[in-house]
Design a protein around this ligand. Structure first.
Ligand code: WTA
Length: 656
């Protein structure tokens, strides 16, 4: 398919006012400069990354080899002999230089409860927690599960682990007890760090109760450390359960950082893949930290004194990279936002931009679309003149939402950065650079330094070298922040990312490259569905449904949705003896219970039969067409074992 139908010239947005040539001057100032630097980064990756690593990170021991290994063997290695500590880089060096500088602005669920945490205070808290972890016998290489709401203590927990070389495995606090249990078990975590309760959008989340249910089946867990967020009465069993405030009080506020090798693991983060079992993506210390720090600085054009506001949750990769590691490694002030874009009103985002004088603001397209629906009156009346760069992540942004963000929020004076990346890539890999790359609404534009994207023919695997092509997106050479493996499952890592197209890293996304070489991400080509920027697996939701006693079969599909990019629809058949006692609500509850509320299907259809091929394979393509009300495009039905079921399915969907 050609991209000629897109009227690209008309949509090209020049670099906006607040970045030319006003202060601070953007690091990369023109397209020519970007192209020159990009070319250097590709022709001399060793020089490029080697210099950046020396400039941006503090090394206890310098590295000698910049990069070794590759995609063929899956043994990518960066900065091999180097030694460093991620927390030293993110906290100590800034606390020494400027202890009173604010590291974290905590914007709590209730607007009047902000807290400001300086680098000096952050260092002392991190050290107290690190000493607590040590006193519990935890050491380098152990894993700790972090299941916390968006409170500053979550950042303290990340950094206390990293200080000791303990691998943190953060589980998004919207996951259910069963999902948390599976992740604790897979990583054999020895400790869970959690809170009594969470608060979000004025509602209470019973965090500790969820942990209690999860750890019942987790024999590796020795203790649960509980931060007091709300102070409500909760079930508490000492000495298995420990209070954060009581333990930290016992320990001195300094702890020597453990010196780590560049390739020592920094963290695990579970993400959905094509099968039902989530995969523990493993990131290593130096490469990840450099990717986070470098993209933070250049993609957001971060300058000292900027206030950076990333609205993601720390439970996802965006929070790891652009709330915690990227900003703190640069000594920045980062905003930690506990609430939702609509609590207490749809002005909340703009209220906090105004209140904290945020300079870079980063959120998901779904949030923009939602706020656009609420109307521009909710944006008016707030002073947004501090903003220079406004970003999006997680899903494609449609041009209408892009234009609204550009005009109503950015007042046509801010650069929009539509950043494309993945849990596995660690940091943004395709994105505009503010001040340098003219934007086109809906395109993530051009690759970051050192990233060589390629468009492959999905069938032959051949590189499509010209412009104006469509195919699947892969990357040609390793870059520092690429995930190194799937925890305890290197085979799956090779199979998923490196074997499908030999010699390349395969993203799982389809893409177009237009006549100007700009990239347009189209969506996943595997069984992953992107819902409101959350990554969900059809197989995972299907297996959640099938574990319900009534369900015989389940087929889950992603259906186009104006607000959330895709919505989940599920078709199920029931076991005959449960046919009269089970309804759609029971099945939605089942998904909430097994995965979490954010994975609940928008629609569930209980049907008598699913469309299958003669060999018994469910034809999800047909279900998708029916759900999208495109019955006239069902295509060839002759391979179905029983085509007569189709009219009934169409009627069911039409009448729902
Ligand atoms: C999608 C989130 C279009 C894509 C950082 C990718 C995007 C998946 C964009 C990764 C974007 C992310 N435009 N699609 N700017 N950014 N995606 O691991 O399908 O939660 O593969 O990482 O989100 O989701 P993940």
């Amino acid at each position: 398919m050609s991209t000629d139908h897109l009227n690209i010239e008309v949509m090209l947005h020049p670099v906006p006012e607040r970045l030319t040539p006003s202060t601070p001057t953007p690091y990369v100032n023109s397209m020519e400069q970007y192209q020159k630097l990009y070319k250097e980064s590709i022709t001399h990756p060793t020089l490029f990354w080697g210099k950046l690593a020396k400039d941006m990170l503090h090394w206890h021991k310098p590295f000698e080899t910049v990069v070794s290994g590759g995609f063929l063997e899956g043994d990518v290695t960066w900065f091999a002999e180097g030694e460093l500590n991620a927390t030293y880089n993110c906290v100590d060096r800034h606390a020494k230089e400027n202890p009173d500088k604010i590291a974290i602005i905590y914007e709590a669920d209730e607007p009047d409860q902000s807290r400001y945490i300086s680098y000096g205070v952050l260092l002392r808290d991190v050290c107290r927690l690190a000493n607590t972890l040590k006193s519990l016998g935890l050491k380098k290489g152990d894993t700790v599960a972090i299941y916390l709401p968006m409170v500053p203590e979550a950042v303290v927990a990340f950094l206390a682990c990293a200080r000791l070389g303990i691998i943190h495995s953060v589980v998004f606090a919207g996951f259910s007890a069963e999902a948390l249990r599976d992740r604790i078990q897979d990583a054999s975590s020895r400790l869970v760090i959690t809170a009594d309760e969470g608060r979000r959008g004025g509602k209470t989340i019973h965090t500790k109760k969820i942990v209690d249910t999860a750890v019942k089946e987790c024999p590796t867990v020795e203790h649960v450390l509980v931060f007091r967020r709300t102070g409500s009465e909760i079930p508490f069993k000492a000495p298995y359960d420990l209070w954060w405030h009581e333990e930290l009080e016992k320990h001195r506020p300094y702890c020597v950082p453990e010196v780590m090798n560049s390739e020592d693991p920094l963290f695990l983060l579970y993400t959905s893949g094509s099968t039902g079992k989530p995969k523990g993506i493993l990131h290593t210390t130096a490469g990840y930290l450099l990717g986070a720090a470098a993209t933070f600085k250049y993609v957001f054009d971060y300058h000292p004194n900027d206030i950076f506001g990333c609205m993601a949750d720390i439970g996802w990769i965006t929070g790891h990279t652009y709330i915690v590691y990227g900003p703190l490694c640069n000594g920045a002030t980062t905003v930690l936002f506990e609430s939702t874009p609509v609590y207490p009103t749809p002005s909340r985002y703009w209220q906090i931009v105004d209140k904290h004088k945020i300079t870079q603001f980063y959120t998901a397209p779904t949030a923009i679309r939602l706020l656009r629906r609420h109307g521009r009156e909710h944006v008016e009346g707030y002073d947004l003149s501090s903003l220079r760069v406004i970003g999006t992540v997680g899903e494609p942004i449609n041009p209408e939402a892009w234009e609204w963000y550009y005009e109503v929020v950015g007042k046509k004076k801010c650069a929009i950065v539509d950043t494309y990346w993945q849990t596995e890539t660690g940091a943004a890999i395709i994105s505009p650079l503010p001040g340098a790359i003219p934007t086109k609404p809906g395109s993530a534009t051009l690759p970051f330094f050192g990233i060589e994207p390629v468009v492959l023919d999905p069938i032959t695997g051949q590189e499509l070298k010209s412009n104006n092509v469509e195919g699947v997106l892969a990357v040609k050479k390793p870059w520092p922040s690429l995930a190194r493996t799937i925890y305890n499952n290197h085979h799956r890592y090779l199979d998923t990312y490196l074997s499908q197209y030999k010699g390349y890293y395969f993203t799982g996304d389809s893409v177009g490259r237009d006549k100007d070489g700009y990239y347009w991400i189209r969506g996943r080509v595997d069984d992953v569905i992107n819902v409101a920027g959350h990554r969900l697996s059809t197989a995972e939701i299907e297996s959640a449904l099938i574990t319900h006693e009534s369900v015989a079969e389940a087929a889950v599909i992603g259906v186009k949705d104006d607000l959330t990019t895709n919505a989940i629809h599920a078709f199920t058949t029931l076991k005959p003896r449960f046919a009269d006692t089970t309804d759609e609500k029971d099945l939605i509850l089942q998904v909430r219970k097994v995965i979490g509320p954010f994975a609940a299907p928008k629609k569930i259809y209980i049907v008598n039969d699913l469309p299958k091929t003669r060999s018994g394979k469910i034809m999800r393509r047909i279900l998708r067409k029916i759900s999208e009300k495109e019955e006239d495009q069902l295509g060839d039905l002759s391979t179905l074992s029983d085509p007569s079921i189709i009219p009934t399915l169409i009627e069911k969907v039409r009448n729902s």
